[in-house]
Design a protein around this ligand. Structure first.
Ligand code: HAM
Length: 414
């Protein structure tokens, strides 16, 4: 039996990669003072139909549960965050800096970079309306990418401002109920021929294309870039008013991260959503917010493409996978003594393995090598001494079994 289309099995190698990505996300987020939280995988469908916009609602994994409730697997975390923050508003001092690593589910066509489940790192700052929060969010996005070993030659964060477009639409007397649709057209414009977009935009076409071709400017985005320059991160960032984002709730700065080669889908995306918490709480709580999410799928594809990033990942995953010590039971009558030693070494924090059943000594050494052990300890004829062999150099020493711990401390700290 196969997994469902768009769902992954995580064999040990894939799990090691996933752990690497998760721990890098956590490490960098904590450096920025973010704390971790999570919500439920299943939510009332209404949470999404209310505000996320038609694209995501069409992609819901939703069903009626046995109690007759309309429910959906989370396609993203932001509506849950808005719900949770509104419910616990009084318990936390603002601004909140929260991150999470949810698995999300979207019923979309499986293709390169897009699956039906993915993990995404989310970071959000709640309760801060100034541009400083937007800058902190973009900076975190850049530093996450740097953390994986990407340079400004490999990736770019393209930043835009929905408020710029809203001002434009208002100035053009476009009625408010048409804004969302027009923004969607602009969002898609990069991926379709100009004639097609032009036909949809009608009288707005010429001016919109003018802005997309660089004739628009935003004082807010200039300030954002300036501040990132002060952090020496500006090389990673580019103002690009063509970024509008598909989700309906964004109200201000929006941004997306891409590979410079332009081969892959977006690595990350986010923006300011100052009205969502108000709308989802039916006006009970109003809090400005900004955040973004970075998915594990496209990120993994880019890590594989950039040699420095791949090397870094492989070094970390190998170091986490490899054994410290393999115990070779050369004489079965020494098995109990070996087990006592194994217990002591494991208690001391070493990663230790040994043959569960009788095996030839040569085979055991082979297994030790395959498992990446640094040291093999042979329990055999030499008892009450044991033979410690460093597998990289082949160097062997005989030590009294009581001395093993001290000898290993010396070896592993060298
Ligand atoms: P999003 O752009 O829909 O934003 O998703 C963020 C990232 O998740 C994408 O850039 C992509 O890397 C990854 N992603 C999305 N869908 C899939 C998929 N089907 N397969 C693989 N990867 C995928 C959001 O979800 C917003 N809620 C982010 C946000 C947080 N905005 C404010 N706070």
């Amino acid at each position: 039996m196969q997994p469902l289309p768009g769902f992954r099995d995580f064999l040990p190698n894939e799990c090691a990669r996933r752990n690497y990505i998760f721990s890098k996300w956590r490490e960098v987020a904590r450096r920025y003072g973010f704390v971790e939280w999570d919500g439920p995988v299943l939510e009332p469908t209404e949470l999404y139909t209310k505000k996320s916009g038609p694209e995501i609602v069409g992609q819901l994994f939703n069903f009626t549960d046995k109690g007759g409730r309309e429910v959906a697997m989370r396609p993203e975390l932001t509506p849950t965050l808005a719900r949770v923050v509104a419910a616990h508003d009084r318990e936390f001092k603002k601004p909140l800096k929260w991150f999470s690593i949810p698995q999300c589910f979207r019923y979309e066509k499986q293709q390169r970079g897009r699956l039906r489940e993915h993990f995404q790192f989310n970071a959000d700052i709640i309760g801060e309306a100034t541009l400083e929060a937007d800058i902190e969010a973009v900076a975190l996005c850049v530093d996450l990418l740097r953390g994986f070993g990407f340079t400004a030659h490999d990736v770019v964060v393209r930043v835009s401002d929905r408020a710029f477009w809203i001002d434009f639409l208002r100035a053009q007397n476009v009625p408010e109920e048409k804004w969302q649709e027009t923004l969607q057209i602009i969002d898609k414009s990069e991926r379709e021929p100009r004639e097609k977009t032009g036909a949809k935009l009608g009288v707005l076409a010429e001016q919109v294309f003018g802005i997309l071709d660089g004739k628009g400017s935003s004082e807010k985005l200039d300030r954002l870039l300036e501040s990132l320059r002060a952090r020496d991160l500006a090389d990673f960032v580019q103002v690009d008013l063509g970024i509008v984002r598909g989700l309906a709730y964004y109200s201000g700065v929006v941004f997306e991260a891409f590979d410079r080669g332009g081969k892959l889908r977006a690595l990350a995306g986010g923006g300011r959503y100052d009205n969502l918490i108000h709308q989802l709480s039916d006006g009970a709580v109003s809090l400005p917010a900004i955040g973004f999410a970075m998915g594990d799928v496209v990120l993994g594809e880019l890590i594989d493409e950039i040699p420095a990033a791949k090397k870094q990942m492989e070094e970390v995953t190998a170091a986490q996978r490899d054994l410290d010590i393999y115990i070779v039971v050369a004489k079965e009558e020494r098995r109990d003594a070996a087990l006592a030693q194994i217990q002591t070494l494991r208690d001391a924090g070493y990663r230790v393995d040994y043959p569960l059943t009788v095996a030839k000594v040569g085979k055991q050494f082979q297994t030790a090598e395959q498992l990446g052990a640094r040291v093999a300890i042979l329990f055999g004829d030499e008892w009450p001494q044991v033979k410690i062999k460093e597998l990289r150099t082949g160097e062997q020493t005989l030590v009294a079994h009581e001395e093993v711990a001290a000898k290993l401390t010396a070896l592993f700290s060298a």
